[in-house]
Design a protein around this ligand. Structure first.
Ligand code: TMP
Length: 219
């Protein structure tokens, strides 16, 4: 059984990750690939419970290290219970956020620093990495305006201020530049159809051969 592929979508608030994840999942499924769509923080029952602690309440509710530890606890549970078993079973896993969000939000946004967050990840999840990470990039003001339209109750990070969001945007671009083999930056300041086409082109270029190998023509 060939291991599946792990694709993550990353970016700041209102970048369109959830919409694009659904669209990409449909595109891959139409190619005969068995796809699992998931998200962080969350994705497994335990991690979804931890999510509630992270996305609601006052912005200053946790100190940055405590917040990182909660994200890592959720990530390890998600990885062990859902992501790895699916990959081992040959399924492709698409996740709305993963470890790069901790590097950007807790490392750059909250100022813990990239190196510390990367080291903590090595302890929590070893050297596990996505096969492909698509960073959806757009101006902070555009993303925040889009995000404001969404449901209340999960807005703890949205309320963290423009400087915080500018830092994490720069953080995503920096981490993508450091790992160009794994990461691709897609300009998300465009209509959803256009962004979808850009993401499809990236996935085709990076993982197209693997996708073709997986394709089983219907009988
Ligand atoms: P979502 O709105 O994309 O579902 O994500 C919930 C929030 O959690 C989002 O504002 C970003 C934040 N977050 C972190 O700060 N660190 C992380 O490691 C992850 C996965 C998310």
């Amino acid at each position: 059984m060939e291991r599946g592929r792990f694709i993550t979508l990353e970016g700041g608030e209102g970048a369109g990750k959830s919409t694009q994840l659904r669209r990409l999942a449909a595109v891959l499924a139409a190619r005969g690939i068995d796809v699992v769509a998931t998200r962080e923080p969350g994705g497994s029952p335990g991690a979804e419970e931890i999510r509630g602690l992270l996305v609601s309440g006052e912005p200053g509710r946790w100190d940055p290290m405590t917040e990182l530890l909660l994200h890592l606890a959720a990530r390890r549970d998600h990885l062990l219970r859902k992501v790895r078993p699916a990959l081992d079973a040959g399924r492709w896993v698409l996740s709305d956020r993963f470890a790069d969000s901790s590097v950007a939000y807790q490392g750059y946004g909250h100022g813990l620093g990239r190196d510390l967050v990367v080291r903590m990840h090595e302890l929590a999840i070893g050297d596990f990495r996505p096969d492909l990470t698509v960073v959806l990039d757009l101006p902070v003001a555009t993303g925040m305006a889009r995000a404001r339209g969404r449901g209340a109750g999960e807005d703890r990070y949205e309320r963290m201020g423009t400087d915080f969001h500018e830092r994490l945007r720069a953080g995503f671009l920096d981490l993508a530049a450091r790992e160009p083999g794994r990461c691709a930056v897609v300009d998300a300041d465009a209509p959803a159809d256009e962004v979808e086409a850009r993401i499809r082109a990236v996935v085709e270029a990076r993982l197209g051969a693997a996708a073709d190998k997986r394709f089983v023509p219907p009988r």
